[in-house]
Design a binder for this molecule. Structure first.
Ligand SMILES: Cc1cc2nc3c(=O)[nH]c(=O)nc-3n(C[C@H](O)[C@H](O)[C@H](O)COP(=O)(O)OP(=O)(O)OC[C@H]3O[C@@H](n4cnc5c(N)ncnc54)[C@H](O)[C@@H]3O)c2cc1C
Ligand code: SF4
Length: 473
């Protein structure tokens, strides 16, 4: 174990964020880095519990107490080896994972949890900096060919493991660059794209082939792929956004969050010029509809684009500040989350339903909204309008951040005859295989919109099943 009394002596210390006035002027990462000495002391707080609930709650089964112990002892290389045993991309999860592990940390019962997520990113960044991470191509190649469709975290994880297992892997991506939502959804201020490029470069040096700008189902049919490859892994994400069916929702000035975020990420990457960015919040009164993480990313991006004001509304009630009795430790705490973007200046409103947009083909006046209340009736929550609360929120740019319903069905899914479940996600068996021989699936396209860590876990599972299948054929 780390220091047996570490948790009694050392207080939680986070790396903290760049000063607000500085960070809102650029798109660089907000979170700072703690010095190595303090980082090792933070690891000393790990109690190496008999039952490591942190490990239980981590979707990729990270061996948290083991690498915390090695980190505390200054064995950064050893810590990296243990971390890499279960997670292909700790540099992503260490930056943007909601860290269910910390919610489940035993210290979190009555103290502050270990800084597990930050320890994770510190270990992998040290491993890159010290050159512990080098291209490591497989010693022997098999004669099997695998196509992975979609280069988000699920596709990347599947491709990485299958390549390391010696198979000949091609990763297909319809966008101009690989990375999926890591690249075009998540803003640079949460995850710098250099981090994705560094990992992709490594994977290419290890023998992976990446074909971008290829839309499978349109440019190449699934039939052509099944003829050419021994196995296929579909990891196309959950790209169909949820809309709002109210009067005026088709007006000019109303957009899906992803169109807004992807535009700014393309500008930051130099793929388009700022002038060609189709949606710009500068000087606008922005209304973000949807109180989740995507909405928060729209807030931070709008602020950096110099919006006049930013309001974020949510139809559900404001979450509690502390755990409710029906949401005990070690489960993920459903409490109010204030992101760095929220701190940067945004009005947040809860229990607000959007009734219509007011304008004339273009949003001019704003959105008519109404307060709602929620009552628990016959085992479910029922929403009721609060009389006399209708009003207009002035806005000239509305962003729908209402989540995603299922994968995009046009193209690959319709063309291939892949079977879907009742939510229109790809149906897979316990072995991650679809109804079509040779074709497996992973990530958000199977689970519905989720998290990077869950996509990595799913991609890893699919890779193991595909490897097993290939070795038996
Ligand atoms: C704005 C935003 C912010 C988020 N922030 C976080 C966060 O902070 N932390 C977190 O854990 N999660 C976050 N998420 C969720 C997370 O990004 C996703 O759960 C995760 O990326 C899903 O991974 P995936 O590989 O299944 O799919 P994706 O990342 O969606 O990748 C799918 C890829 O498949 C490609 N593709 C689709 N169809 C085809 C085709 N026919 N041919 C070729 N390529 C195709 C797509 O272009 C895309 O690149 C966020 C999501 C969004 C939208
Ligand atoms: S991947 Fe997420 S849940 Fe797992 S250890 Fe890292 S921060 Fe915690």
């Amino acid at each position: 174990m780390a220091d047996i009394t570490g948790f009694l002596k050392i207080k939680r210390k986070e790396a903290g964020n760049r000063p607000l006035h500085e960070r809102i002027c650029d798109f660089s990462e907000v979170e700072q880095v703690l010095n190595s000495e303090d980082r090792m002391l933070q690891a000393s707080r790990c109690m190496d519990c008999g039952i490591p609930f942190c490990h239980w709650s981590c979707p990729v089964d990270n061996l948290i107490p083991e690498w915390n112990d090695l980190l505390y002892k200054g064995d950064w290389r050893g810590a990296y080896v243990r971390l890499n045993a279960t997670n292909n991309f700790p540099e992503f999860t260490g930056r943007i994972c909601p860290a269910s592990c910390e919610h489940a940390c035993v210290l979190n019962i009555n103290q502050e949890p270990v800084t597990i997520r930050e320890n994770e990113v510190a270990i992998v960044e040290k491993a890159f900096a010290e050159g512990y991470i080098k291209p490591c191509p497989p010693k022997k190649r098999t004669d099997k060919k695998v196509a992975v469709i979609g280069s988000g975290p699920a596709g990347m994880a599947a491709a990485d493991l299958l390549n390391k297992a010696g198979h000949n892997v091609t990763l297909f991506e319809k966008d101009e660059k690989a990375g999926g939502l890591l690249r075009f959804g998540i803003p640079d201020f949460k995850l710098s794209k250099a981090t994705i490029d560094r990992r992709l470069d490594l994977m290419v040096k290890e023998g992976l082939t990446i074909n971008t700008g290829v839309d499978i189902g349109k440019d190449i049919s699934t039939r052509e792929l099944t003829d050419k490859y021994d196995a296929i892994c579909i990891a196309i994400g959950s790209g169909h956004p949820r809309g709002l069916q109210v009067e005026g929702s088709e007006f000019e000035g109303i957009h899906f969050a992803m169109d807004f975020l992807a535009g700014q990420n393309r500008v930051n990457a130099g793929l388009i010029s700022a002038a060609d960015n189709p949606i710009n919040a500068e000087g606008k009164k922005v209304l973000v509809i949807g109180g989740g993480d995507t909405g928060s990313d729209c807030v931070g991006t709008s602020i950096r684009q110099k919006a006049l004001s930013v309001t974020q509304i949510e139809i559900l009630p404001k979450p509690h500040l502390v755990r409710n009795t029906d949401n005990p430790w070690p489960y993920f705490a459903k409490v109010l989350k204030t992101s760095t973007s929220h701190e940067e200046g945004c009005e947040r409103l809860w229990n607000i339903s959007t009734l219509r947009f007011v304008g004339d083909g273009k949003i001019t006046r704003g959105a008519e909204v109404e307060e709602v209340s929620w009552e628990y009736i016959d085992g479910k929550y029922v929403m009721k309008p609060v009389p006399g609360t209708r009003r207009i929120i002035e806005t000239d740019l509305v962003l729908f951040a209402l989540g995603f319903v299922h994968p995009i069905l046009e193209g690959l899914i319709m063309e291939s005859g892949i079977e879907l479940d009742n939510r229109k996600n790809i149906r897979v068996s316990n072995s991650m295989s679809t109804n079509i021989p040779k074709i497996f699936a992973a990530g958000d396209s199977v689970s519905g919109a989720s998290l990077v860590v869950n996509a990595i876990a799913s991609g890893r599972r699919a890779a193991k099943e595909i490897d097993r299948y290939l070795r038996n054929t």
